[in-house]
Design a protein around this ligand. Structure first.
Ligand code: AMP
Ligand code: MG
Length: 497
């Protein structure tokens, strides 16, 4: 029986306005739902009462057994280039859009269940999710949010009381995911494939209304050209921020790139320890297509796919002319990215703002970093403590080696050139934005193993607490600053099955 819960007065703007891009579909009933995580802070931000969402009512609600009032769940359609190969029909195979929630500020948020059973897009899959990957996605989203990086977020995780069959039977779970929307580059590719100009225009106008309303005053092709530019700028900023914390998304397929500019679909993602542009963790990314250093280029590749999808809106009669116009906007992407990256890296080393004159200092910094394979998180804290004149050894940070000396001296003169820029001030500004803690791979494994194998959530909750306070020094959290011990062996991640 479907019980009504008044906490979610849902809207269904996507399903109502874009009927051709989704199929009604209900979550499967689960035998014994139990709420294991509730994001009270997020619930409050959304204007929901966390008290009402806990315990058994929460378990019923977030498992889909007791859908919220007025829910009209749908599975969304999308296409996508996966590792460069086009699939015309992917879609939500293990996710369901329950509806949209309006927060007190008037913003609309998708409420999606991930792992709630088969949909018309499931193909051979079971539509279900295992607990480990759902906890992982929840923690990654919270860590990214704490780092100030736009991300989808988990509102709740329930275990379903059933096992899902992977290589071994695993506890099943459902993640309730909150997103600015789930419109992807692949959604546009799907609409293009329908050969329905009206549908494509409706999708573009819907996306603009929801994410780039300032463009609504533009008419005709100018609106869609500016839309491409706006999406590209947001992606440039997002990827620069990923690069700044050593985040490797791992599966930047066009169906995993959000039009809103949020980080989405945490499958095989991971954070890099030692700095190396070629770092790849995903077991299926054998050619390193989605390696750390490839991300800006892949971002642009995906945006070309978006641009192709917009051709009929820019000039349906002269597609060549449309392509030329769109390309003009795309060619600005490397410049946007480099500008964003220079600001991100510049701030990390205490240059705010940094200008073209700092290019040499930044490039050399990256060179030395690559040569010495420093830990990409801690090296910035070591720089600030060197600047402060503290003996890093007494802080238990390894000192920077001799090969840094000449660069360090030049860097010190540059960052302390201004009268106000005392070493203490500059290093404090650096420490305020350079995290001590990111979700390190071995810590993630330890936390997930305890939760999924022994039912002990304490290590996971402690890890969550640490990565959601990334700048807070605490002696008892020091182990979380350490790189993966050698005995963990090479680290591999898997798509979130
Ligand atoms: P992802 O790797 O999460 O980006 O998923 C790629 C595609 O595979 C999407 O269309 C998913 O909906 C689909 N998919 C992934 N896992 C499952 C599953 N267990 N059952 C059905 N479809 C799935
Ligand atoms: Mg995906």
């Amino acid at each position: 029986m479907i019980r009504s819960l008044p906490e979610f007065p849902l809207e269904h703007t996507f399903a109502q306005q874009l009927e051709g891009l989704c199929i009604p579909c209900s979550p499967a009933r689960v035998p014994e739902p139990r709420l294991v995580l509730l994001n009270s802070e997020l619930a409050r931000n959304l204007g929901m009462d966390p008290e009402a969402l806990g315990g058994e009512p929460g378990a019923g609600l977030f498992s889909g057994n007791a859908l919220p009032m007025g829910a009209k769940p749908v599975a969304q359609a999308y296409a996508g280039h996966q590792f460069g190969h086009f699939s015309p029909r992917l879609g939500d195979g293990r996710a369901i859009l329950v509806g949209e929630h309006r927060d007190p500020a008037g913003h609309l948020w998708d409420i999606q269940f991930k792992g709630s059973g088969r949909t018309p897009f499931s193909r051979g899959g079971d539509g279900k999710a295992a607990l480990g990957p759902m906890l992982r996605e929840y923690l990654m989203g919270e860590a990214m949010t704490a780092l100030g990086i736009a991300s989808t977020r988990g509102l709740a995780v329930v275990v379903t009381g059933e096992q899902v069959m992977r290589e071994e039977p695993l506890p099943g779970a459902i993640l309730t995911r909150i997103a600015a929307s789930h419109i992807r580059v692949g959604t546009f590719q799907y609409a293009l494939g329908r050969n329905d100009g009206e549908l494509l225009r409706k999708l573009a106008d819907y996306s603009i209304t929801r994410h780039y309303p300032e463009l609504l005053s533009l008419q005709g092709r100018a609106r869609y050209l500016s839309f491409l530019q706006a999406v590209a700028e947001r992606q440039a900023g997002l990827i620069a921020r990923w690069m700044g914390v050593g985040f490797i998304h791992g599966v930047m397929n066009t169906d995993n790139m959000s039009i809103s500019g949020e980080t989405i679909d945490y499958g095989p993602c991971a954070f890099m320890d030692a700095y190396d542009e070629r770092t790849v963790f995903s077991s299926i990314d054998q050619l390193g297509r989605y390696a750390y250093g490839e991300q800006p280029g892949i971002g642009q590749w995906n945006l070309v796919r978006l641009a192709e999808s917009l051709i009929p809106l820019v000039d349906p009669v002269h597609p060549d002319r449309a392509a030329e116009l769109l390309a003009g906007y795309l060619n600005a992407f490397p410049g946007h990215y480099l500008g964003a990256w220079r600001q991100v890296l510049g701030r990390k080393i205490g240059l705010a703002p940094s200008g073209p004159q700092d290019e040499g200092l930044l490039a050399e910094f990256q060179q030395i970093l690559a040569g010495s394979r420093e830990d990409f998180t801690m090296v910035f804290r070591r720089l600030s403590s060197w600047l402060r004149g503290m003996d890093p050894v007494s802080q238990r940070l390894p000192p920077l080696g001799m090969h840094w000396q000449s660069w360090l001296e030049r860097w010190r003169s540059r960052v302390t050139a201004g009268e106000e820029d005392t070493p203490d001030r500059v290093s404090a500004a650096m420490d305020a934005i350079n995290p001590l803690y990111v979700p390190r791979n071995h810590q993630m494994e330890i936390a997930l193993a305890a939760a999924t194998r022994a039912g002990d959530f304490q290590p996971f909750l402690r890890f969550l607490e640490v990565v959601t306070h990334p700048y807070l020094p605490r002696p008892e959290w020091e182990p979380y600053t350490e790189p993966m011990p050698a005995h963990f062996g090479p680290y591999r991640t898997f798509c979130g099955t």
